[in-house]
Ligand binder design. Structure first.
Ligand SMILES: [Mg+2]
Length: 266
Protein backbone atom coordinates (compact mmCIF):
# COMPACT_ATOMS: atom_id res chain seq x y z
CA UNK A 1 0.00 0.00 0.00
CA UNK A 2 1.32 3.41 -0.93
CA UNK A 3 1.47 6.46 1.29
CA UNK A 4 0.20 9.38 -0.74
CA UNK A 5 -1.24 12.85 -0.25
CA UNK A 6 -4.35 14.13 -1.96
CA UNK A 7 -2.08 16.46 -3.92
CA UNK A 8 0.07 13.57 -5.12
CA UNK A 9 -2.93 11.48 -6.18
CA UNK A 10 -4.18 14.39 -8.27
CA UNK A 11 -0.81 15.07 -9.85
CA UNK A 12 0.42 11.51 -10.49
CA UNK A 13 -2.57 9.16 -10.62
CA UNK A 14 -5.18 10.94 -12.75
CA UNK A 15 -4.70 8.40 -15.51
CA UNK A 16 -6.33 5.75 -13.29
CA UNK A 17 -9.30 7.94 -12.33
CA UNK A 18 -12.58 8.90 -13.99
CA UNK A 19 -13.59 12.53 -14.44
CA UNK A 20 -16.20 12.38 -11.64
CA UNK A 21 -13.57 10.89 -9.29
CA UNK A 22 -11.12 13.65 -10.23
CA UNK A 23 -13.80 16.33 -9.70
CA UNK A 24 -14.64 15.00 -6.25
CA UNK A 25 -10.96 14.93 -5.25
CA UNK A 26 -10.44 18.49 -6.58
CA UNK A 27 -13.33 19.65 -4.38
CA UNK A 28 -11.81 17.89 -1.38
CA UNK A 29 -8.47 19.56 -2.02
CA UNK A 30 -10.10 22.93 -1.48
CA UNK A 31 -11.36 21.83 1.92
CA UNK A 32 -8.38 19.64 2.84
CA UNK A 33 -8.29 20.64 6.56
CA UNK A 34 -11.69 18.91 6.89
CA UNK A 35 -10.67 15.89 4.85
CA UNK A 36 -11.96 12.59 6.27
CA UNK A 37 -11.08 9.01 5.37
CA UNK A 38 -14.78 8.16 4.92
CA UNK A 39 -15.48 10.90 2.38
CA UNK A 40 -12.22 10.14 0.57
CA UNK A 41 -13.16 6.47 0.28
CA UNK A 42 -16.56 7.39 -1.10
CA UNK A 43 -14.95 9.58 -3.75
CA UNK A 44 -12.04 7.33 -4.64
CA UNK A 45 -13.42 3.80 -4.20
CA UNK A 46 -17.14 4.23 -4.83
CA UNK A 47 -17.07 0.81 -6.59
CA UNK A 48 -17.08 -0.90 -3.20
CA UNK A 49 -20.79 -0.17 -2.88
CA UNK A 50 -21.54 -1.62 -6.32
CA UNK A 51 -21.64 -5.26 -5.19
CA UNK A 52 -25.06 -4.52 -3.73
CA UNK A 53 -26.55 -3.92 -7.16
CA UNK A 54 -24.81 -6.73 -9.06
CA UNK A 55 -26.02 -10.30 -9.37
CA UNK A 56 -25.54 -13.18 -11.81
CA UNK A 57 -28.28 -11.79 -14.12
CA UNK A 58 -26.87 -8.29 -14.06
CA UNK A 59 -23.05 -8.53 -13.69
CA UNK A 60 -20.52 -5.72 -13.94
CA UNK A 61 -18.65 -5.78 -17.25
CA UNK A 62 -15.15 -7.20 -17.27
CA UNK A 63 -13.83 -3.93 -18.74
CA UNK A 64 -15.25 -2.05 -15.77
CA UNK A 65 -13.80 -4.51 -13.25
CA UNK A 66 -10.42 -4.37 -15.02
CA UNK A 67 -10.33 -0.57 -14.88
CA UNK A 68 -11.25 -0.57 -11.22
CA UNK A 69 -8.54 -3.06 -10.41
CA UNK A 70 -5.90 -1.19 -12.42
CA UNK A 71 -6.62 1.81 -10.23
CA UNK A 72 -6.55 -0.25 -7.03
CA UNK A 73 -3.28 -1.90 -8.04
CA UNK A 74 -1.72 1.53 -8.70
CA UNK A 75 -2.57 2.51 -5.12
CA UNK A 76 -1.28 -0.82 -3.80
CA UNK A 77 -4.59 -2.08 -2.45
CA UNK A 78 -6.35 -5.38 -3.05
CA UNK A 79 -8.57 -5.95 -6.14
CA UNK A 80 -12.33 -6.37 -6.07
CA UNK A 81 -13.92 -9.59 -7.33
CA UNK A 82 -16.22 -9.80 -10.36
CA UNK A 83 -19.15 -8.56 -8.26
CA UNK A 84 -17.11 -5.53 -7.20
CA UNK A 85 -16.80 -6.98 -3.74
CA UNK A 86 -13.77 -6.04 -1.67
CA UNK A 87 -12.52 -8.83 0.55
CA UNK A 88 -10.47 -6.74 2.97
CA UNK A 89 -10.15 -3.27 4.43
CA UNK A 90 -7.06 -2.18 2.47
CA UNK A 91 -8.97 0.75 0.92
CA UNK A 92 -9.92 1.98 4.43
CA UNK A 93 -6.31 1.81 5.56
CA UNK A 94 -5.15 3.54 2.38
CA UNK A 95 -7.64 6.41 2.81
CA UNK A 96 -6.75 6.85 6.48
CA UNK A 97 -3.08 7.08 5.54
CA UNK A 98 -3.80 9.62 2.76
CA UNK A 99 -5.70 11.82 5.23
CA UNK A 100 -2.92 11.59 7.80
CA UNK A 101 -0.18 12.27 5.26
CA UNK A 102 -2.07 15.21 3.73
CA UNK A 103 -2.57 16.76 7.18
CA UNK A 104 1.03 16.02 8.16
CA UNK A 105 2.38 17.77 5.07
CA UNK A 106 0.09 20.74 5.52
CA UNK A 107 1.20 21.14 9.15
CA UNK A 108 4.83 20.90 8.05
CA UNK A 109 4.30 23.55 5.37
CA UNK A 110 2.51 25.86 7.83
CA UNK A 111 5.39 25.48 10.28
CA UNK A 112 7.97 26.24 7.60
CA UNK A 113 6.02 29.34 6.56
CA UNK A 114 5.80 30.44 10.19
CA UNK A 115 9.53 30.00 10.77
CA UNK A 116 10.56 31.81 7.63
CA UNK A 117 11.69 35.30 8.52
CA UNK A 118 11.33 38.31 6.26
CA UNK A 119 14.57 39.45 4.63
CA UNK A 120 15.63 42.98 5.56
CA UNK A 121 18.46 45.01 4.02
CA UNK A 122 19.89 47.99 5.88
CA UNK A 123 21.87 50.74 4.19
CA UNK A 124 24.98 52.16 5.89
CA UNK A 125 25.60 55.84 5.10
CA UNK A 126 23.20 58.08 7.01
CA UNK A 127 21.21 55.04 8.16
CA UNK A 128 23.66 53.08 10.34
CA UNK A 129 26.62 55.41 9.83
CA UNK A 130 26.81 59.11 10.69
CA UNK A 131 28.48 60.34 7.52
CA UNK A 132 28.95 63.88 8.87
CA UNK A 133 31.05 62.57 11.79
CA UNK A 134 33.63 61.39 9.23
CA UNK A 135 33.65 64.73 7.44
CA UNK A 136 34.19 66.49 10.76
CA UNK A 137 37.38 64.46 11.29
CA UNK A 138 39.19 64.98 7.99
CA UNK A 139 41.81 67.67 7.50
CA UNK A 140 40.99 71.08 6.02
CA UNK A 141 43.43 70.21 3.27
CA UNK A 142 41.40 67.11 2.29
CA UNK A 143 38.15 69.04 2.52
CA UNK A 144 39.48 71.51 -0.05
CA UNK A 145 41.06 68.86 -2.27
CA UNK A 146 37.93 66.66 -2.41
CA UNK A 147 35.31 69.40 -2.32
CA UNK A 148 32.08 68.03 -3.83
CA UNK A 149 33.40 64.45 -3.61
CA UNK A 150 34.08 64.05 0.07
CA UNK A 151 33.20 60.36 -0.01
CA UNK A 152 36.34 59.90 -2.11
CA UNK A 153 38.64 61.02 0.74
CA UNK A 154 40.84 57.98 1.49
CA UNK A 155 40.04 56.51 4.89
CA UNK A 156 37.01 58.73 5.55
CA UNK A 157 34.68 55.77 6.12
CA UNK A 158 36.84 54.47 8.97
CA UNK A 159 36.32 57.72 10.87
CA UNK A 160 32.54 57.64 11.09
CA UNK A 161 30.40 57.06 14.20
CA UNK A 162 27.15 55.12 14.27
CA UNK A 163 23.93 57.09 14.02
CA UNK A 164 22.20 57.43 17.38
CA UNK A 165 20.07 54.36 18.09
CA UNK A 166 21.29 52.56 14.96
CA UNK A 167 23.21 49.77 16.68
CA UNK A 168 20.30 48.86 18.98
CA UNK A 169 17.96 49.06 16.00
CA UNK A 170 20.21 46.77 13.96
CA UNK A 171 20.37 44.26 16.81
CA UNK A 172 16.58 44.26 17.11
CA UNK A 173 16.19 43.80 13.35
CA UNK A 174 18.71 41.01 13.42
CA UNK A 175 16.79 39.18 16.13
CA UNK A 176 13.46 39.48 14.35
CA UNK A 177 14.35 39.29 10.67
CA UNK A 178 16.89 37.77 8.32
CA UNK A 179 18.96 40.96 8.23
CA UNK A 180 21.78 42.06 5.89
CA UNK A 181 23.72 45.27 5.37
CA UNK A 182 23.38 46.59 1.82
CA UNK A 183 25.58 49.54 1.04
CA UNK A 184 27.32 51.16 -1.89
CA UNK A 185 31.03 52.01 -1.69
CA UNK A 186 32.33 54.81 -3.95
CA UNK A 187 33.85 53.45 -7.16
CA UNK A 188 36.77 55.88 -7.01
CA UNK A 189 37.64 55.29 -3.37
CA UNK A 190 39.02 51.73 -2.97
CA UNK A 191 39.76 52.24 0.73
CA UNK A 192 36.00 52.79 1.30
CA UNK A 193 35.35 49.15 0.37
CA UNK A 194 37.78 48.01 3.05
CA UNK A 195 36.73 50.64 5.60
CA UNK A 196 33.08 49.60 5.37
CA UNK A 197 34.04 46.03 6.26
CA UNK A 198 36.10 47.30 9.22
CA UNK A 199 33.20 49.50 10.33
CA UNK A 200 30.76 46.59 10.35
CA UNK A 201 33.23 44.43 12.30
CA UNK A 202 33.89 47.20 14.80
CA UNK A 203 30.36 48.49 15.46
CA UNK A 204 27.90 45.71 14.69
CA UNK A 205 27.42 42.46 16.64
CA UNK A 206 29.08 39.19 15.58
CA UNK A 207 25.78 38.18 13.98
CA UNK A 208 26.64 40.58 11.14
CA UNK A 209 29.39 38.11 10.14
CA UNK A 210 29.41 37.75 6.32
CA UNK A 211 26.20 39.79 6.02
CA UNK A 212 27.73 42.82 4.33
CA UNK A 213 26.77 43.34 0.70
CA UNK A 214 28.41 46.15 -1.25
CA UNK A 215 26.61 46.92 -4.50
CA UNK A 216 25.75 49.68 -6.94
CA UNK A 217 22.65 47.65 -7.94
CA UNK A 218 20.47 47.38 -4.85
CA UNK A 219 17.43 46.52 -6.96
CA UNK A 220 18.99 43.11 -7.61
CA UNK A 221 18.90 42.18 -3.92
CA UNK A 222 16.02 39.80 -3.35
CA UNK A 223 14.20 40.53 -0.11
CA UNK A 224 11.21 42.07 1.64
CA UNK A 225 12.44 45.38 3.07
CA UNK A 226 15.20 47.86 2.29
CA UNK A 227 15.86 50.56 4.88
CA UNK A 228 17.64 53.27 2.93
CA UNK A 229 17.80 57.06 3.03
CA UNK A 230 18.13 57.40 -0.75
CA UNK A 231 16.71 56.06 -3.98
CA UNK A 232 20.13 55.97 -5.71
CA UNK A 233 22.03 52.84 -6.79
CA UNK A 234 18.85 50.85 -7.37
CA UNK A 235 17.27 51.51 -3.93
CA UNK A 236 14.29 53.24 -5.58
CA UNK A 237 13.70 50.21 -7.79
CA UNK A 238 13.96 47.68 -4.96
CA UNK A 239 11.30 44.99 -5.49
CA UNK A 240 10.20 44.80 -1.84
CA UNK A 241 9.22 47.71 0.41
CA UNK A 242 11.62 50.66 0.42
CA UNK A 243 11.48 52.08 3.93
CA UNK A 244 12.67 55.58 3.12
CA UNK A 245 14.83 56.38 6.13
CA UNK A 246 15.12 60.00 7.38
CA UNK A 247 12.19 60.90 5.17
CA UNK A 248 9.48 62.65 7.19
CA UNK A 249 6.96 62.61 4.35
CA UNK A 250 7.28 58.84 4.04
CA UNK A 251 6.74 58.60 7.80
CA UNK A 252 10.20 57.38 8.82
CA UNK A 253 12.14 60.37 10.18
CA UNK A 254 14.34 58.12 12.35
CA UNK A 255 14.96 54.69 13.81
CA UNK A 256 12.10 54.88 16.31
CA UNK A 257 9.51 55.22 13.53
CA UNK A 258 11.22 52.55 11.42
CA UNK A 259 11.21 50.04 14.29
CA UNK A 260 7.58 50.88 15.13
CA UNK A 261 6.70 50.11 11.51
CA UNK A 262 8.80 46.94 11.35
CA UNK A 263 7.20 45.56 14.55
CA UNK A 264 4.09 44.86 12.48
CA UNK A 265 6.05 42.27 10.49
CA UNK A 266 8.23 40.76 13.22
MG1 LIG B 1 22.62 55.99 2.55
Amino acid sequence: MKTLTLEKILSNYKVYLTDPEINELEKMKLTSPNLSAESLKLALFGEEWNFMTADKYNPWSQDYINRINRKRKAFGISPVDNNCFSRDNSSDLFCKEVVLETKRQKADLDQKRKNKKHIVFVDMDNVLVNFQSGIDRISEEDKEKYEGDLDDVPGIFSLMDPIEGAIDAYEWLNENFDTYILSTAPWDNPSAWQDKLHWVKKHLPDSAYKRLILSHNKHLAKGDFLIDDRTANGAGEFHGKHVHFANKEAGYPGWKEVIDYMKTFA
